[in-house]
Design a protein around this ligand. Structure first.
Ligand SMILES: Cc1cc2nc3c(=O)[nH]c(=O)nc-3n(C[C@H](O)[C@H](O)[C@H](O)COP(=O)(O)OP(=O)(O)OC[C@H]3O[C@@H](n4cnc5c(N)ncnc54)[C@H](O)[C@@H]3O)c2cc1C
Length: 376
């Protein structure tokens, strides 16, 4: 684990704590959970006991008050060994909890945040519908007569999240999207299914139906898009950290393999083409880490970080997808076999280019910010 200059003592300690937890508690069962599609419930409980599910929540609301940079470092360390657990935590800390922290009333924050920060339940966000992903404005879920009606799909932590932020058309705001909070248990909220995925098998992805579900308003009427886009600025930093962790995990595997595996009478580490891959992988990982840390630090300073978060996610997700493949290449056929984690990292990495805004959407965000009106 290389030194990261500029981190505070607290951030370094948090990173070390997460690393130890990842290596000792998470890594040993990760392959089996992936094979059995088993959600890591016990590990999530342990993370709660360690205070890591409230790492970036202010101490006045029951959290550790350590900031978003610490959260991102934790997500990277978890992802290095199990990306499924990392996305569970990333969604909980960022797009699940942050909307209430950033847009909730004092009363909502005091009531809803402490249990989430102390590990008594997970948070989720439900934006996507079958006909509305990148085009969030096309959602049809509706708030009318004080209740939610509609369907949401692919909600991370959706099967059991205690608190779900839902973006829906608001009959009290001329049909514009607003944000709402649903607390479980909630009558009319049904789990419709948990679709099979290419990777992230140990994470929970749920389709939900809302049939007259009681909810409370979050923020002002008609502010739904602003809230969703605002919290996704932070969510993207979490996914960039997840992608960086995947690439780091793959690099670690490739280095160990290159030193051990022999071909033509010597370790493959002596081969120039293998050395070049390791050099490229490590350079990409460092650059991805630097980008997500820059965005996270800006967020902690209260500075704008939309472009920086999008750049971090765009770059780190590409690195994760490409370099997890390169790790398999270094390992040859063994990397393709399911008894080693390289193929799991490769399957898990692809989604980082899709959720919390696809790479195409990140390019739009960056280009529009830089080009302004000329890009429209
Ligand atoms: C495992 C998993 C977990 C998820 N978790 C959640 C969650 O917790 N909550 C939630 O609400 N959603 C969640 N999602 C949904 C995810 O955020 C969406 O899949 C994502 O936003 C992309 O939307 P889409 O899949 O509908 O793709 P589409 O929007 O249909 O995009 C299809 C293609 O068109 C491109 N495209 C679309 N619009 C543009 C444009 N304007 N310019 C250029 N290209 C464009 C896209 O980049 C993509 O290549 C999850 C998805 C998965 C797979």
């Amino acid at each position: 684990m290389g030194l990261i200059p500029g981190l505070s003592d607290e951030q370094n300690e948090t990173r070390l704590l997460a690393k130890r937890f990842a290596d000792e508690q998470v890594a040993p069962g990760a392959a089996q959970r992936d094979r059995q599609r088993e959600f890591p419930k016990a590990l999530v409980d342990q993370l709660g006991q360690l205070g890591l599910l409230g790492i970036c929540v202010p101490s006045s609301l029951g959290g550790a008050g350590a900031g978003f940079t610490s959260a991102a470092l934790v997500i990277e360390e978890l992802s290095r060994v199990e990306a499924s657990l990392a996305v569970t935590v990333s969604v909980h800390l960022s797009v699940g909890t942050q909307p209430i922290l950033q847009f909730g009333s004092e009363e909502q924050q005091q009531r809803l945040i402490p249990p989430l920060a102390q590990g008594h339940g997970l948070a989720a966000i439900a934006l996507t519908e079958s006909h509305a992903g990148s085009d969030l404005g096309a959602i049809r879920t509706e708030f009318r007569d004080g209740r939610l009606h509609g369907n949401k799909q692919w909600v991370t932590n959706g099967s059991f999240a205690k608190t779900i932020v839902v973006i829906a058309r608001d009959s009290e705001a001329d049909g514009k999207p607003s944000a709402f909070i649903v607390e479980r248990p909630a009558s009319g909220l049904e789990l419709v299914g948990t679709p099979e995925k290419m990777g992230l098998h140990a994470s929970n992805t749920a389709d939900l139906s809302f049939d007259g579900v009681e909810c409370e308003r979050l923020g002002e009427p008609g502010q739904g898009m602003r809230i969703a886009l605002g919290v996704m600025d932070g969510g993207r930093i979490g996914i960039a950290a997840q992608a960086t962790g995947l690439a780091q995990g793959a690099l670690d595997l490739a280095i160990d393999w290159a030193k051990e595996r022999e071909a033509f009478g010597a370790p493959i580490a002596k081969l120039g083409q293998i050395q070049a891959k390791i050099a490229e992988m490590s350079t990409d990982v460092e650059a991805a880490r630097a980008l997500y840390l820059r965005a996270a630090m800006l967020k902690d300073l209260g500075e704008p970080h939309t472009v920086e978060g999008a750049q971090a996610k765009l770059f780190a997700s590409r690195v994760a997808r490409f370099q997890t493949g390169e790790a398999i290449q270094v390992m040859g056929g063994a990397g393709y076999m399911t008894d080693l984690p390289a193929e799991r990292y490769y399957r898990d990495a692809k989604i980082t280019e899709i959720y919390e805004g696809t790479s195409e959407v990140q390019r739009l965000v960056i280009a529009r910010a830089l080009l302004g009106e000329a890009a429209r």
